[in-house]
Design a protein around this ligand. Structure first.
Ligand SMILES: *Cc1c(COP(=O)(O)O)cnc(C)c1O
Ligand code: SF4
Length: 423
């Protein structure tokens, strides 16, 4: 199926960036006559251009010279350090409880905590654009993960402002029903008065729908979902879909139906990525199919500033045009996705428009999540820049030297550290 050259390129790139695929992706998702342009192939198989050419050459040379594993991994790490491995400032979001750092919880936004179970530190396959890639190649200095959820429950008891717990990873749905249950039960049995929603952030529907069909704990997993719902919680299954192709197999459609039958709601999110889904058609078809199957489109993200971002990231303007046209061509029930959104250090910033204000061309932006809850919903303006791909490319409009949130950023982080007990 693959030419010798393609195999060679995959080997070189996979020495730097993680690569993992399974038979479902290979047999059911990738359209082999259409490679290398096939979006499912681009999503899972490393491509030569995902590394900068000098990095590719260095690794290629090391492999040709058959350098030892030690030296090869040193080279790999030196390349990885140039790919902004710790892009999202996660260190700032680790909370403390009774003077103990809770490495396995991230509390950045008032209402919502992220929870990283130690058993969910992998995925069924890896996305080539993954922003969590450092943890899959073993260079995650932070090691955000936690065994059991007892400490999470203690933390939630002290933080009644939290309404949502998001299970994340890797992919929490790599866990067996028993493992998942061992994390969920203490939470739903603790009688936490403020907790309303349990979310599971996962790509399992795209990469392994059999989890809900033929795996031996498929029924147990669905019964666990039912118990969460019957306990009175909103169970939000946050499904990561990049392309309508992932929604077209019989298996995924059956899996969606079974999950919905438990009372869970499936919400969908994905970044807009060159080579995978950077067209109006791709988004329009994907959103429509999601809604037809009973899923609710939630976020359109922008490619984060890490890993192979240069390969995948289009401009902010391109993403906005795709969002707006796709939004325009679907009915109201499909217009539930917000975007395009940058999940950046100060918060989740949505691009609302590109407009001319007082003779100046500007991006109209707003926070839909922010470190400081006061920032949420307030429109602000950046100078129009046709090449901008991320927040750090933007400067304030109208001659201002800072964005409103930068003026107070340090003071705000201090204030938040009191609210959230960061140390
Ligand atoms: C996206 C995100 C959340 C969830 O935000 P919602 O807008 O509630 O979906 C929570 N924490 C972090 C760190 C996030 O990036
Ligand atoms: S499923 Fe999510 S965490 Fe896993 S490889 Fe893809 S983007 Fe990364």
């Amino acid at each position: 199926m693959l030419s010798q050259e393609e195999c060679h390129n995959i080997e070189v790139v996979a020495n730097v960036l993680p690569f993992k695929v399974n038979n479902y992706v290979i047999e059911e998702l990738i359209d082999w006559p259409n490679i290398p342009n096939d979006p499912m192939y681009q999503l899972t198989f490393p491509q030569k251009e995902m590394l900068q050419s000098e990095h590719f050459l260095l690794m290629e040379e090391a492999i040709a010279k058959r350098v030892g594993p030690e030296e090869r991994s040193q080279l790999a790490n030196s390349i990885r350090y140039q790919l902004n491995p710790h892009s999202s400032g996660q260190q700032n979001n680790i909370p403390t409880l009774h003077e103990q750092k809770l490495k396995g919880i991230q509390h950045k936004y008032r209402e919502t905590v992220l929870f990283f179970p130690s058993n969910s530190q992998t995925c069924h396959a890896y996305c080539t654009f993954c922003f969590r890639w450092p943890q899959f190649v073993g260079m995650d200095g932070l090691k955000l993960r936690m065994k059991g959820s007892a400490l999470l429950v203690d933390y939630l008891l002290e933080h009644p402002e939290v309404t949502d717990v998001v299970f994340t990873g890797g992919d929490p749905m790599v866990m067996s029903a028993r493992q998942l249950e061992s994390y969920i039960n203490p939470i739903i049995n603790a009688g936490l008065p403020s907790l309303k929603t349990i979310r599971i952030g996962t790509k399992v529907l795209s990469y392994w729908p059999y989890k809900f069909l033929t795996d031996k704990d498929a029924d147990d997993t669905l019964r666990l979902f039912e118990r969460i719902v019957n306990k009175g919680y909103h169970l939000a299954f946050m499904a990561h879909f990049n392309h309508v192709r992932e929604l077209r197999t019989q298996s995924v459609q059956d899996a969606i139906r079974r999950i919905l039958s438990t009372g869970a709601v499936i919400r969908t999110q994905t970044p807009v990525m060159r080579h995978i889904n950077d067209s109006v058609e791709a988004w329009k078809e994907m959103w429509k199919e999601q809604v037809r199957l009973g899923c609710v489109p939630y976020y359109m993200f922008l490619a984060r500033d890490t890993g192979a971002q240069d390969y995948f990231a289009g401009t902010l303007e391109e993403a906005f045009r795709i969002y707006r046209s796709a939004f325009n061509q679907v009915s109201g029930v499909v217009r539930t996705a917000r975007g395009p959104v940058m999940s950046a250090d100060p918060g989740k910033i949505e691009i609302l428009g590109i407009e001319e204000v007082g003779g100046e061309r500007v991006f109209v932006l707003r926070f839909i999540q922010a470190r400081n809850p006061d920032w949420v919903g307030k429109p602000f303006f950046a100078k129009y820049d046709a090449d901008a791909v991320w927040l750090h490319d933007l400067v304030p409009a109208f001659g201002k030297d800072k964005f409103f949130f930068e003026e107070t950023f340090c003071a705000q982080v201090d204030a938040m550290s009191e609210i959230f007990d960061f140390k």
